[in-house]
Design a protein around this ligand. Structure first.
Ligand code: F3S
Length: 294
């Protein structure tokens, strides 16, 4: 069985930067260090960081006393930064520069009194942060159907959650353009996401099945799996190598491996090792069967 790993799999630039900043912070700073929400959507990494001494809190108000708060790559609303500063907490802002760009675009549009539409998931922390930078004035639209319900908005700016699918973003833009709205389009989809999605689809088309690695709560991992399924091949989502069921691999000639942007390289390596374990177990089984037949 051949294993093909997507060239662009695992940690993206923004997530790697956030994890590196968190570790540097632990090393440099005296006093407790917190992250606002899990630093990344990967339990294995957040558990490792917790063991190293970084505690995750859901709100700055949970922090009693001094300390340092790391803002994760998704970013937060400006009001959250203000509250942390008012409490005397030190800030390490690991907002991904690509997310920061969306926040600044939204803020600039609102300052010009231009209505803003964010194409994305309203429940996602990145989107909630972006909406915060619009003074809570931006409208979040998940897809073309929701956009149709809004009808014509005479003039508007459209941005995307960085992990949006290009086709979904394009479809929403088309709805507004077709309605006669004057639209300023800011394609803020992150290249890392687009590259991973394109490679995942190409990979899925070449193999018999795909393993998609990443946190169960990771939106970009879910999207990778969804894209791979469109190739009509079996797709299995796992967080760790131990979750791989050898029964999935029986009879396959090639297996593709891709991973969400929050998956560290060591998990990808462990998965490849587990495939080698399967190969060994499979060989032994074949040999035992041959002996029995003789
Ligand atoms: Fe940043 Fe793109 Fe990653 S927005 S956090 S580099 S997926």
């Amino acid at each position: 069985m051949k294993v093909k790993v997507a060239a662009k799999a695992g940690f993206c630039f923004g997530v790697k930067r956030a994890v590196d900043m968190a570790r540097k912070c632990l090393h440099d700073r005296a006093g407790p260090v917190y992250t606002l929400g899990p630093l990344i959507h990967n339990n294995q990494v957040t558990e490792a960081l917790a063991r190293e001494g970084i505690a995750a809190v859901n709100d700055v108000d949970e922090i009693k006393g001094p300390g340092t708060v790391i803002i994760r790559s998704h970013g937060v609303a400006p009001g959250v930064l203000d509250r942390a500063e008012q409490k005397g907490l030190k800030l390490v802002d690991a907002t991904c520069p690509f997310v920061r760009k969306v926040q600044q675009t939204v803020r600039d549009l609102v300052q010009q009194d231009i209505p803003v539409v964010v194409v994305g998931d309203p429940e996602h922390p990145e989107v909630q942060g972006i909406v915060g930078w619009s003074g809570n004035r931006a409208i979040v639209v998940a897809d073309a159907r929701q956009a149709e319900k809004l009808g014509k908005i005479p003039s508007l700016g459209i941005v995307a959650q960085t992990t949006q699918r290009q086709d979904n973003f394009d479809a929403v833009v088309k709805v507004f353009k077709d309605s006669g709205s004057r639209v300023q389009v800011f394609n803020t989809i992150c290249l890392a996401t687009a590259e991973r999605q394109k490679e995942a689809l190409e990979l899925a088309q070449q193999v018999d099945a795909v393993l998609v690695l990443g946190g169960k709560n990771s939106a970009n991992t879910a999207k990778l799996a969804q894209i791979c399924r469109t190739a009509g091949k079996p797709v299995y989502r796992v967080e760790t190598a131990e979750e791989i069921d050898f029964a999935w691999l029986k009879g396959l000639r090639t297996v593709g491996v891709t991973a969400g942007a929050s998956t560290p390289g060591w998990i990808i390596e462990e998965v490849c090792c587990r495939m080698m374990d399967f190969e060994e177990a499979n060989k032994e089984e074949v040999m035992e069967n041959q002996v029995e037949e003789q």
